[in-house]
Design a binder for this molecule. Sequence first.
Ligand code: F6R
Length: 657
Amino acid sequence: MITESPLLDNPDGPVPGITPTGGPIQSAITYEKIPTHIYADAKDASRAVAQEIADLIRQKQSEGKPCVLGLATGSSPKTVYAELIRMHREEGLSFRNVVTFNLDEYYPMEPDSLQSYWRFMREQLFDHVDIPQGNYHVPDGTVRVDKVGEFAKQYEADIEAAGGLDFQLLGIGGNGHIGFNEPGSLINSHTRLMMLDNSTRAAASSDFGGLPKTPRKAITMGVASILNARRVVLLAWGERKAPVIRGAVEGLVTELNPASYLQTHPNALFVIDEAAASELTRMKTPWLVDSVVWDNKMKKKAVTYLSLTLGKPVLKLTDRDYNDNGMSDLLAQYGQAYDINIDVFNQLQHTITGWPGGKPNADDTNRPERALPAHKRCLIFSPHPDDDIISMGGTFQRLVDQGHEVHIGYQTSGNIAVADDEALRFADYVVDFNAKFGIKSPEATRIFQDAAASLREKKDSEKDTNEVRYVKGLIRMGEAKSTCRFVGIPVENAHFLNMPFYETGTVAKKPLSEEDIKITMALIEEIKPHQIYAAGDLADPHGTHKVCLDAVLEAVRRLKHKNFMKDCWVWLYRGAWAEWDIHEIEMAVPMSPDQVMRKRLGIFKHQSQKDGVVYQGTDSREFWQRAEERNRATAGLYNRLGLAEYEAMEAFVRWRF
Ligand code: F6R
């Protein structure tokens, strides 16, 4: 664990005013109204939560009592369940005295359906531990609608009869929902049928093959039912949860953010990773909460924050601005605002370069990249077949135009993001093409005919056949090659890795395997790059981007002793969702209006990802729109800080290994 809230922690927590490591004295200011533990990543955090649950189960066992757990589904608790299973297998943790009640279930929903929470719980936990059948309960999505009220009352009575919840595990929706208590739910609400918020449906739509097929209702335990638990622990991973976490932890108690009701619970804890914590005051503006070490990074963070908050360019900040905004100790270190301003302004200026591969024959002391070697081998890892052009298309083009040898490692096939009718169109095309030109390839025709037939007959939520997945993968491969030709690299420089972890045919992926890492290492060894670019996505901690990043970082760690790696720098770009914070950026590559337009045309090559895609999520914009708005926003921030005004900018952070 890296940090705990200084004052509001449980009695066994750190001494008020002192950091857990006994570090510097903390100020008495805290903005947090719920004890919050922040961990470096979800894995560490999940281990701590699983340990708490295991301790509780064992304590109840020693008292000869049942342990009554309220459980959640969704992506957040998966790592906790995995750790509990490990403890069962390796440490003999028994679940024989455990009784569980799940928070919610979609309605209507058959228990054996791919998306049911009943099935989720069996696959993620119950089938792997010794919990007696009959001890676990999930709201029944098959109850007749006129019987739901009765069912809900009985569900609560059953919890009561079991002795009430000893422990309730929660995730949190992007809109603040707990269970499926959507915004507007009252603090005294009980188990009931709930209409799902549009944003909740959009977030779930990838599991259901699109929004129209996503349920509109769910049965959920109410807010009061949750607050009745003797202990409540809420999990949140990834920066997409950061704003709603800040609202729940620091904001007012409001039905607009149901998780904020946990402020009224005497024994609630938020366990979150650094990314989900990133909007909390102690993370975003730590100098307001505590004394900080003013290293270059912290100075850049504080000064850019001050400048953007006050709406004043960095070079115009005054002594008074620093004093009035909790940064008088920084001012005292420098003596006057002018010197801090110049220092941070220079830091910012030195991140900007039109030469992402280094500028040949130029002094590179203050440039983000080395001048030598003048012609570099660059390896761009692209998690899906379009991330290279969406997230760093301008930089990709510059690297090619400036004479570097650019290779792309397409990490996954991206096949599940192709719509069925798109695949059908291509399958039909091949059959017609063969027929028209008299090409006798009965095997190919059979494969494509089978694929076409299976697509026509496929039921909702059924997995694609291997052939269909292959067709879908081919479509995306063709689009990626088309982008490479457009940018100007030979198609041989496009390497399709088809990492096995991705090939499940469903949204849920396998964990990263040794084979995935080996494939990644093999490509790095083949290219021996001077630069590696990878998608450094934290916004989607359980998603494909994070697994792809883990593969690259692990491959680099294992190869770092090799000679060629001494010359290799790793740059991280962000995926389609978010951009690096301005103070984190170490290389910003500007784009002219023409370059923005060219990048747009490169993104257009990905026809299967246009006009309402399978995994649209909550953002209805097309990918080229997201990319342009984001790149313009980065340029806008540099400009507001008082630097030159560019049309757009792509941003990178260096990963030092
Ligand atoms: C699921 C549930 C929901 C989820 C929430 C977050 O049982 O009750 O409140 O916890 O939607 O989902 P993830 O963890 O997938 O982001």
